[in-house]
Design a protein around this ligand. Sequence first.
Ligand code: AMP
Ligand code: ZN
Length: 112
Amino acid sequence: MSDCLFCKIAAGEIPSSKVYEDEKCLAFHDIDPQAPTHFLVIPKEHIGSVAEVNEDNAATVAHIFTVIAREAKRLGLQSYRVVSNIGEQAGQSVPHLHFHVLAGRDMTWPPG
Ligand code: AMP
Ligand code: ZN
């Protein structure tokens, strides 16, 4: 999608602090970290949010979760939270599917 921030980051048109990259996805540090470790994992193809996950793109989403598990292990994360906001009321500010991976501090439940 031409006017999408995360499509531009995925294409390398806007720089990011990369954690991991392969042909299907990119992980990069959040520009406004909410925990000592805070990175985002996005598909390279444009998917608007979890609400747009379907049988055609589910393999990419499953792949992203294998990347999250592997990167968390590689970084030595013992405990972490994976979050995806869907829609404005839930706090989604970038309309391209992304999973936040947060770690390194105590977290509360329920989330605010
Ligand atoms: P959300 O608000 O759940 O849609 O998450 C979007 C996240 O993207 C926020 O945590 C922002 O801090 C982060 N973000 C926005 N622009 C950039 C950028 N250029 N590089 C890295 N992270 C960004
Ligand atoms: Zn996009």
